[in-house]
Design a binder for this molecule. Structure first.
Ligand code: BGC
Ligand code: NOJ
Length: 712
């Protein structure tokens, strides 16, 4: 993990490049091995190439009148240094180095490519010789030319290092009164990583790092797709989403968004066990952007760690996600000290309060904003960013995320109501464990009250209603012409425990099964909106079947999977899980059209001409939620405040499975065996039967616990 190998064989020359970033470094290694598979001596020319960004991606792609005149490079001992703007306010530069003696180089894109050509036919490569061009403005690139004479059967390894380096502001130049980059501190780094021994060591430590991270949860089930996703790829995607949030990928330009408040809290559900220290830091960063009202900026910038309103604010579900994220962190780590950490509001010094108070304000934020039915006001939107009930935008190009034409005093969200109940119970659990029983009672009462309100105003007869719009009319109800049923309130109300006992939950799940489920996953709503609705906003801007307009939004399929598991429906839960599992979809790869190892945000719904085609892979909350659903609810190995719970809800035909899980420093090996058709569990811990389904924490010093779980 953490590396790519790209290779090919052509005319009996085999070439393979390993790309990776060594842990803790600001550089990327490209290690290329070339083998002569023919029987004669081959004389080869190898050209590297990289196009440098001028540090500001947005400006770089738009401000050509300036940028075509700023580019600068230096070449020293075969190392290409890209130093645009270093002469003035920047104290950083890039470098591109090669382990071999160079036959030439290029740093000017248009010279390297040649006139009227592009990257598929660079002139330098075609003619077999670099131009030794130096970029003065235009588009700086780095390209090395290496000549290799390979005997029959011979393999040569060539290493390239592409890096970023900073110098202290007062030591930028060498000599100090010159304009030449001071390379004293970068030279040793370059030397170190051009050495194949260091590269191998860095690669080995990357591998052992990932073995450790993935080793935290390993499973062997009868289903290879489950094993592949849980043991490797789903966990890996959780790391990627935690790191990148929704910023840089093929689908996300990397310049539009920072870290989402809602997104990053949810990402914790799949990440928190991997590197708890980073999860802790993320929680404190997020909470520091919270506003004194308890509200949240919708996103914050990872470099400044400041919230901003550029892509909107007042998404009324946002603050509640902090409670969900913190609860997940506490259950995994038992680090209760985080609740006492002193955290500012909106990063203003002097406003610091314990994190626990932030959570209280998150909950209060909902209660301070109830609408005509005493359901939570939706604000700009809730989890569904595109259900814009206060937007009323009729101007092309206007952002649905920032435009508001209504005062927001009417439109309410049943989804937020469900989420509130869930968050209030989470906070009550936390309060109880801190001995704050009055707080806990208050939260539970508020949850019960909201639960009642959902029963009264949020239930449509066969499923939970989605919302009330600005006219006080139902959204996601049988009374609607289109968009009669939505997935979100079904999932979140049940997750919150609403309607579990009186049959509402089961009815809602049956409706989901009947109306929303397709063989490619569960659609977000039905029937799709066939036209634009001014009172609903962006959701109806998408053609039917895509994205929030009745696409299969893979992110909230796990809410239904978990709900099914909560109702004890192992077969249905796992069936839904497999429908969107990318590995299981490999067999329909020509339709699915996304990587068979990574979740996509969306699979086109049944109204789309491309039903079954996936889009927006990698950076999606789907990663965390699916990981959470399969590991904690279907496989049922779940951290709780009292210890590790083992409560699998698996398909009837599975005879069992085994899990290896490291939890709070203890290694649990769990072997689950089916003895009957149901999912009632009996636990035998280190040879002794215990009461209930939670393994108590072992006495200190015990690092391994063997568990047998018998299902009947
Ligand atoms: C997308 C949503 C996304 C929102 C906020 C919309 O265009 O459809 O999925 O959450 O933008 O960035
Ligand atoms: C993607 C966004 O990142 C997420 O925050 C949102 O909940 C979903 N789209 C649904 O709109």
């Amino acid at each position: 993990m953490g590396y790519s190998i790209i290779g090919s064989t052509f005319n009996k020359i085999k070439a393979e490049t390993l790309y990776f970033v060594p842990l803790g470094e600001n550089l990327e290694i490209w290690q290329m091995s070339v083998t002569n598979l023919s029987k004669k001596l081959r004389k080869l020319s190898m050209f590297s190439s990289i196009e440098f960004c001028l540090w500001d991606a947005q400006d770089d792609a738009t401000n050509f009148q300036r940028n075509f005149s700023t580019g600068q490079v230096e070449i020293e001992n075969g190392v290409i240094y890209h130093k645009t703007e270093y002469r003035e306010r920047r104290d950083h530069f890039a470098y591109f180095a090669c382990s071999e003696k160079l036959a030439g180089y290029d740093t000017q894109r248009d010279v390297f490519l040649g006139a009227y050509r592009s990257w598929n036919t660079p002139l330098a490569v075609e003619r077999g010789r670099s131009f030794n061009s130096i970029a003065h403005g235009w588009a700086p690139i780095g390209s090395h030319h290496v000549k290799l004479n390979l005997k029959a059967g011979e393999t040569r390894v060539v290493t390239f290092v592409l890096g970023y380096h900073e110098n202290p502001k007062d030591k930028k130049f060498d000599p100090p009164d010159s304009q030449i980059i001071n390379k004293r501190s970068v030279r040793p780094v370059i030397k170190k990583y051009l050495n194949p021994v260091t590269v191998q060591a860095a690669f080995d430590s990357l591998r052992s790092y990932w073995e450790k991270v993935l080793g935290l949860y390993q499973v062997q089930t009868p289903d290879k797709h489950t094993n592949r996703m849980v043991n490797i790829w789903n966990a890996y995607q959780c790391m990627a989403t935690f790191n990148m949030s929704r910023s840089a990928s093929f689908y996300e330009s990397g310049i539009g968004r920072g870290l989402g408040f809602r997104d990053s809290n949810q990402d914790l559900l799949g990440f928190v066990q991997m590197v708890p220290e980073r999860a802790r830091e993320r929680i404190l960063d997020l909470a520091s952007t919270q506003l004194e009202t308890g509200g949240a900026y919708h996103q914050y910038q990872p470099l400044t760690k400041r919230g901003n309103n550029d892509i909107g604010g007042d998404f009324n579900d946002d603050p509640l996600w902090l409670i969900v994220g913190v609860a997940a962190y506490l259950k995994e780590t038992g680090d209760w000290s985080i609740l006492d950490a002193s955290v500012p509001y909106d990063n203003k010094s002097g406003s610091e309060k314990p994190l626990y108070e932030h959570l209280e304000r998150s909950l209060k934020y909902t209660l301070d904003r109830l609408g005509p039915h005493k359901l939570p006001l939706i604000g700009r939107a809730d989890w569904n960013d595109c259900l814009n009930l206060n937007c009323f935008s009729d101007t092309p190009g206007q952002s649905f995320q920032t435009t508001t034409n209504k005062d927001g005093k009417v439109a309410e969200s049943v989804f937020i109501a469900g989420m509130f109940v869930l968050a209030a119970h989470e906070l009550a659990d936390i309060a109880e464990r801190r001995g704050l029983n009055t707080d806990a009672n208050n939260y539970r009462q508020a949850a019960d009250q909201m639960d009642k309100t959902v029963h009264t105003h949020g239930w449509d007869g066969e499923w939970f209603i989605r919302a009330y719009d600005d006219f006080g009319k139902k959204v996601g109800s049988k009374e609607c012409e289109e968009g009669k049923i939505f997935i979100e309130p079904q999932g979140f109300c049940i997750l919150a425990g609403i309607g579990l006992e009186d049959g509402l939950a089961q009815k809602a799940l049956d409706s989901v099964n009947k109306i929303l489920a397709t063989k490619h996953g569960i659609m977000l709503q039905q029937p799709a909106y066939s036209k634009y609705y001014l009172n609903l906003g962006e959701i109806s801007s998408y053609p039917p079947g895509y994205k929030e307009n009745a696409g299969i939004f893979c992110h909230n399929n796990p809410w239904i999977i978990i709900s099914e598991a909560m109702m004890g429906n192992g077969d249905r839960a796992f069936d839904y899980y497999l429908r969107i599992n990318p590995s299981a979809r490999e067999k329909i790869g020509t339709l699915h059209r996304c990587e068979p190892y990574v979740y996509a945000q969306m699979i086109a719904g049944k109204d789309a001409p491309t039903h079954g085609e996936a889009k927006n892979s990698w950076l999606t909350g789907t990663a965390a939620w699916n990981y959470f659903a399969i590991t904690q609810f279907i496989l049922g190995v779940r951290p709780t405040y009292k210890g590790l719970m083992v409560a699998p809800i698996i398909p009837a035909k599975w005879n069992g499975f085994s899990v290896s899980r490291i939890f709070q420093g203890v290694h649990y090996t769990i072997s689950v065996k089916r003895e009957g058709k149901g999912n009632t569990v009996r636990l035998i811990v280190d040879g002794r039967a215990i009461e209930g389904n939670i393994i108590p924490k072992p006495p200190s010093g015990i690092t391994h616990v063997a568990v047998q779980a018998l299902l009947s």
